[in-house]
Write a protein that binds this ligand. Sequence first.
Ligand code: F6R
Length: 613
Amino acid sequence: MCGIVAYIGDKKAFPIILKGLKRLEYRGYDSAGIAVNNGTELNLYKKAGKVVELEKFAKDKDTSGNVGIGHTRWATHGKPNDVNAHPHASGNSKFALVHNGIIENYAVLKEELEKRGHIFKSETDTEVLMHLIEDIISKQNCDLFEGTRQALNEVIGAYAIVVISEDNPNEIIAAKKSSPLVIGVGIDEFFIGSDATPIIEYTKNVIYLEDGEIAKLSLTSGLTLKTIQNVEKTPYIQELEMKIETLEKGGYDHFMLKEIFEQPRSIQDCMRGRLMLHQNYISLGGIEAYQDKIFAAKRLIIIACGTSWHAGIVGEYLLEELARIPVEVEYASEFRYRNPIIDENDIVIAISQSGETADTLAAIELAKSKGATIIGICNVVNSTIARATDCGAYTHAGPEIGVASTKAFTAQVTVLTLISLLFGKNKGVIEPARFTRLMHELNAIPSKVEEVLKSDAYIKSIAEIYKDAPNALFLGRGINFPVALEGALKLKEISYIHAEGYPAAEMKHGPIALIDEEMPVYVIATQDASYEKVVSNIQEVKARKGKVIAIVTKGDKVVKNIADHVIEIPKTDDMLVPLLATIPFQLLSYHVAVMRACNVDQPRNLAKSVTVE
Ligand code: F6R
């Protein structure tokens, strides 16, 4: 994780970096720091806590200077305190460095440097890299670019780094491997960010650094780009499509709430130009080009983590039902370490909102090394995972800033629905009438989501009743089982309530023992193929005095008579229920978390992009 921001130009660097760090806080928020060169010396300010703590701390200090680097951290090596916060200075205080990633061989490097007299202040791997660069510069009398380049050749691991020096306020050095880094190119100024969000309000022209590249951004000589093997590269400048409004809260109290309410539009955006209702046709050009290979494969393997993994399980139901393609869904973190049986005939679908998740990326690399074809479903355009795949479909949900994933999930499920329909049709395994009906149903989903969102105040009143219950069960069957998993994850991660998602029928094999009058049980009980069975499961909960909060199809009478509360959602095709049933759970967790005074957008211990194993 961690967010990096840097600036060099004719403006004051500190406020630009500070604002950028606030934008990147979703990546990590346990400490923050900024180093600026005021023309004669480097001033370095670091503070444990959120960026606002750093802002307060630096208020009366000298923050002048037109070049600087900043960092917001999610701790890996070392506790989240002031000392371990970035930037890290060299031993002679002439250089400062920020880093996102992990230097795996830091212990060996540190031992060697200590033998040569280097003294370390922090417990971080980053400080080791800073000293290594300093060591090379002093031994070889080379400049910062060369010293950094050589140091990176000794490093094993992942990094996005930015380095500045006291003696040369006219340049910044940036490099990356496996962690993202974007350079914004302005007129006589450069910006750097872990993603484009800190850059977008200044320039739309950006360069996404590739792995193994190192750049010098100089106010005198412009931009130099090389590989760390010293091969010259030509920078490829592209134009950002992101809009600044998507990065603001837009009147909502939290990004999470804004993102929940954006879903009618984000689902619509995801379908735009793909669901061609009048032509009765689905267009997913990138993926269709690989169709023959996909149809020839024995199975599809979906890899993902967290919420994206839940979307993957919904995808399994969709692909098997609509396209009759066998699917296996794997946690990327498990897949990568179990020597999976996979070869060049296999197709892997990797799902990731951020496009940066280290486990998913490593699983992709493993599958690629065995010759598999990789399809990506990513939200962040140009992200590492998006670029590591052979083909794919963006979810187009727009920036998701709340750490708990909401609109990205429904967009992922939408893409998986489109893929399933496309394959089902092209394979000839879905009846034409069913295909057409599903196309119409899918097209109606945004307005049905709008309708579900109208229950917000009612869902808030349910949250008020159950906000203090220490545990919760979420139950669903079939394609709604992963919705139950997702509901439980949402509640856990933002309100710190212990929650478990279970297939409703499995309850009797264990979790039923947990049920008493204190236990809220959230059940998806919509009128679909397993409706009667789920009604029986609800009866089992009620017989043990559990409290049932059921999501039902509009107009349902049966469940209304037995459940403590029902939340109605509009009728849709069974295969599309997850797109609606997930919304009440998002709202419920949101309200519970707010009532419990939890930090909804930045829950404790979490970060949006998990770029470590
Ligand atoms: C939960 C959540 C996480 C992510 C997971 C994968 O709300 O956001 O569980 O889903 O870390 O992240 P991506 O999708 O970026 O690969």
